[in-house]
Structures are given as C-alpha cells and as structure tokens.
Design a protein around this ligand. Structure first.
Ligand SMILES: Cc1cc2nc3c(=O)[nH]c(=O)nc-3n(C[C@H](O)[C@H](O)[C@H](O)COP(=O)(O)O)c2cc1C
Length: 197
C-alpha cells in the first residue's frame, strides 16, 4: 500500500503551532483507506546543521543521524510537508532536513500544508522550487491556514470547516501521484550517484 509521510514539522521551536497542525492533518488522513499515513517529527531526529562530507546526491552518508533520517524518508512514497512561514520562506530546520538527503526524495510526490499571516503561501512557493531540484512532483492543491482566521490569538488552532475539504483534495492528488511514481521507481537503484548542476 502507498505510504505517505506527514512531515512534522518545519518548526522545531518550543510551543510550535506546527505540531497541532500536523496532528490535525494526520487525523483527517487516518480516516481514509487509500494509503498508510505516518507522522514524522523532524525534531525527534536531532539533525545538526548538515555535517556530511560528501554531497547528498552521492549517497555516501556516514553520520548515524543521517542514516536514521534516510531510512525513515526512504520508507515513503510521498510526503505532506507541514511548514510555517519564517521570513517569507520555510524554516531553516525543514530546509536543512531536506538538504541532508537526495535519492530518498527522488521520483516521489509532495503536498503542502502551511500556516502564516497569508496562509504560509510564500513558504510553499519556495518549497516548491526546493522539491523540484530533488526530482519530486508537487501537487497543485495546497492547504493554506491563516493565523488570523484558522487560529485564535495566533496560537490556538481552530481551523475553518472548509479546510478539511482542502486537506482531502490535496491528499487525493498526492496519493494518485505517489502511486504513479512508485511504478517509475521500481527497478531503479535508490543510491545511484547523479550529477548535480
Ligand atoms: C523567525 C520567524 C519569522 C516569521 N516570519 C513570518 C513571515 O514572514 N510571514 C508570516 O506570515 N509569519 C511569520 N512568522 C510567524 C509565524 O508564521 C508563526 O509564528 C507560526 O506560528 C510559526 O510556526 P510554528 O509555531 O510552528 O513555529 C514568523 C515567525 C518566526 C518565529
């Protein structure tokens, strides 16, 4: 069965809104029977700033934290990135976690759930460029949660009713593309070195 990783969280800071948002996405996803959905908390992997000698595209991982992170990410067919917007982009923590790996992301699908003053829209536009370089297929449907209307006092998560439908639309597209790309990956070697222009 298709496996989707719901990536918590762009945010690793104490009191993060991201954890509540990601758990809400997981609750909605868990009611579906089209894929297995698993929460993945970047914070639990204690990744330092990228500390591998070789570029990730060479697949020569040496650090125990990289190997653990790679094993988890390799186990999925697609991902939901749950991201805050920090200074009009995604968080450094999420970008760093993405940068650690390469082949594990390739030819898989990506969907986005974001939150911020304008729904985290600018963070996701940046993330779409990043995942394209990793040969991921990003679905169009996006869940954009407003700090003004989907939260109280910018911290108590109270999503508008229509956002449940937005999550399901995004997951519809994500599961379809995750399944399609799995057929492309079959027969390929995950850690094949690739040129990095
Ligand atoms: C360093 C930093 C920069 C931020 N920059 C933006 C921003 O550019 N746009 C925005 O809409 N919100 C911005 N915010 C507000 C965050 O969207 C809001 O605090 C959100 O809850 C952060 O996610 P988190 O609680 O999961 O860490 C920023 C917050 C932080 C901590």
């Amino acid at each position: 069965m298709t496996r989707i990783g719901i990536i918590i969280i762009g945010s690793t800071r104490p009191g993060r809104n991201g954890e509540t948002v990601a758990r809400w996405v997981h609750e909605i996803a868990a009611q579906r029977d089209d894929a297995q959905y698993e929460l993945v908390d970047i914070k639990e992997f204690n990744l330092p700033h990228l500390d591998e000698m070789a570029p990730p595209s060479l697949g020569q991982y040496t650090q125990p934290h990289t190997l653990r992170w790679a094993e988890k990410i390799a186990s999925f067919d697609g991902y939901v990135f749950v991201t805050p917007e920090y200074n009009h982009s995604t968080s450094g923590a999420l970008k760093n976690a993405i940068d650690f790996l390469y082949a594990e992301w390739n030819n898989k699908a990506a969907g986005f759930v974001s939150y911020g003053s304008v729904g985290g829209a600018r963070a996701v536009e940046h993330l779409r460029l990043v995942v394209a370089e990793l040969q991921m297929a990003d679905v169009r449907a996006q869940v954009a949660l407003s700090l003004f209307t989907d939260f109280e006092n910018f911290s108590v998560f109270k999503p508008s009713e229509h956002q449940v439908g937005a999550v399901n639309t995004m997951l519809d597209q994500l599961v379809a593309w995750s399944g399609a790309l799995a057929t492309l990956r079959s027969g390929t070697t995950m850690a094949t070195p690739q040129s990095h222009a």
